[in-house]
Write a new protein. Structure first.
Length: 268
């Protein structure tokens, strides 16, 4: 364990790691996609296709002793046969087998190492997990690479909705700047096209832009956007066919997913 500590520290310090840099590796987010695409074909739930009696989709199986030794030893990269296999330069040893043509990329290998170093935690598929409300990200706590962004003083002003903190956390981790807020002409065009398939009429656009520009407060902009959303929702209702309600459901779900946060990231 002692010898692992410097390695772990080096791994954690390596800012170039993929995933949420510096953060804990998440099984569902970071690891499942890799092993599911590159290992489960031969080490997954399908018993008939399983090779070497090894399944990597269940933690207790992956932690067991196999021919090479223990496949995964949480917190110990050296003792984990999986690490030896994925980093081997011997074509007869390396996993996945080279003929499969889906070799692991260097960032994927780093993620698997980081995951095992951190304890190789498994999680049930997200669809079987009870949703839990995460603590809201405090913008002041983020290690932000940029003090200001286009025209707005600091990140504090960027956020108008608690969800923005989560978006900003990802942007900061990737060292990306938020985009400048779109002009109102672009916003109404996007919103209307998205929902009706047609651009707004000139009076609709003119009216919205006038309201938007009347007062630069967030409250005013939100109410201007809210009016457009209400008008488009009404269209959703009237275009609802009597025989089925899918157009309305579709239209409303588009609205909900793309535009429910009028002044937040949807407008950037
Ligand atoms: C196309 C099938 C195939 C895929 C895909 C594949 N493997 Fe394997 N794996 C095998 C076979 C066959 C063996 C047994 C032969 C050997 O030991 O090389 C094996 C053996 C292993 C072993 C040694 C098990 C023991 O007996 O101790 C490990 C560890 C392993 N694979 C890990 C992986 C990992 C991790 C992945 C994904 C990154 C992967 N494999 C993808 C076919 C596959």
């Amino acid at each position: 364990m002692k010898s692992l500590l410097p390695k772990l520290a080096a791994l954690l310090a390596a800012g170039s790691l993929p995933g949420r840099a510096g953060d804990k590796v998440d099984f569902n987010y970071d690891i499942r996609p890799i092993i599911s695409a590159k290992c489960f074909q031969c080490h997954g739930p399908d018993e008939k296709a399983r090779k070497a009696k090894l399944r990597l989709d269940l933690r207790e199986e992956a932690l067991k002793e196999h021919e090479d030794g223990r496949t995964i030893v949480p917190g110990d990269l050296k003792a984990s046969a999986l690490i030896a296999r994925i980093t081997s330069t011997d074509p007869d040893e390396v996993m996945p087998p080279p003929k499969e043509d889906h070799a692991l990329s260097a960032p994927e290998i780093e993620l698997l190492k980081k995951w095992i170093a951190q304890g190789a935690e498994y999680k049930p598929h997200w669809s079987f997990q009870k949703p839990e409300r995460p603590a809201v990200v405090k913008i002041a706590d983020l290690p932000l690479p940029i003090a200001n962004w286009n025209g707005v003083d600091g990140y504090g002003d960027w956020s108008v909705n608690p969800i923005d903190g989560f978006i900003l956390q990802k942007l900061a981790a990737a060292k990306l700047m938020p985009s400048r807020e779109a002009e109102p002409e672009a916003l109404i065009r996007r919103l209307t096209l998205d929902l009706t398939g047609l651009p707004p009429t000139m009076p609709e656009a003119g009216d919205f832009v006038k309201r938007w520009r009347a007062d630069s407060s967030i409250a005013n902009r939100q109410s201007a956007m809210g009016n457009v959303v209400d008008r488009l929702l009404a269209i959703c209702r009237t275009t609802n066919s009597p025989s089925s309600n899918w157009p309305e459901t579709f239209c409303q779900s588009r609205l909900a997913s793309n535009w429910s946060r009028p002044l937040s990231t949807a407008t950037r």
